[in-house]
Write a protein that binds this ligand. Sequence first.
Ligand code: SF4
Ligand code: SF4
Length: 281
Amino acid sequence: MTLTAPVNKIIPFSNVDGPSNRTAIFFQGCPFNCLFCHNPETINMCVNCGVCVKNCPVHALSFDDSGSVVWDKGKCVQCDTCIKVCPHCSSPKITMMSVADVMKEIRRTLPYIAGITTSGGECTQQNEFLIELFTEVQKLGKTCLIDSNGSFDFESDPRVLSVCDGVMLDVKAYPEEWHRHLIGHDREIVLKNLHYLLEQGKLYEVRTLIFPGRDDENEAAVRYVSEVIGDRCFYKIIRYRPFGVREKYLPELGDFTTDEDYAMKYVELAKSLGAAKAYII
Ligand code: SF4
Ligand code: SF4
């Protein structure tokens, strides 16, 4: 049987999903539930409740005979009303794609890209698919990067790293309680992956979020990561921005974007601890 995976979207050219120009593939589904998720419509699979079907202004959504929601891409005007009204952090605009389908999209951009990045959602939930996809992409001389929240135990399936050029790993927070509050999950597997990927020479970048006014939590994360990675990979210090965040879940942070000067203090801290490749976005 042909292997398929739920694809939320493919961005043909991205320069924010790894080095150089890359095709970014976003898979549907994520085992974490970050309160600040910027694309919460990628978290869950559709449960066919029908709320979006009733709200689509151009009738691009309907039910098939089995009660599953069907998206008519041709009729869709990309207003995203369906995503806004979905009560389940999902989207009806998901396409089940085979590796051949994704390769067809990648071939369109091939002369102009350095490689591909798989993201989500959490792309490692589709690890079998990634192995097949990366094998095909590497045959074409392009690089394959994984953008991961660290929920997948990379050590448990070495086949993934054997065909992957590097991982961009989120260590979004560090103090245990704060991590559980923000992400809805313990930090153990994330920290295990941080060490394992570094040992394997596959850690391309680590990303940590800096939250306004959370001095202790921010410092703890930056200290921990910096001391582990040193200058062996990039360290992206990300200013918290409330865009797309489910506001009801993070009332304590309100509508504030982390101030640039405030976040820069953590870049300086990271560098002082040896993380020479720390930078801010
Ligand atoms: S994005 Fe497309 S499917 Fe969704 S509500 Fe708008 S027109 Fe309908
Ligand atoms: S996308 Fe959301 S609103 Fe639409 S049917 Fe699926 S779960 Fe319901």
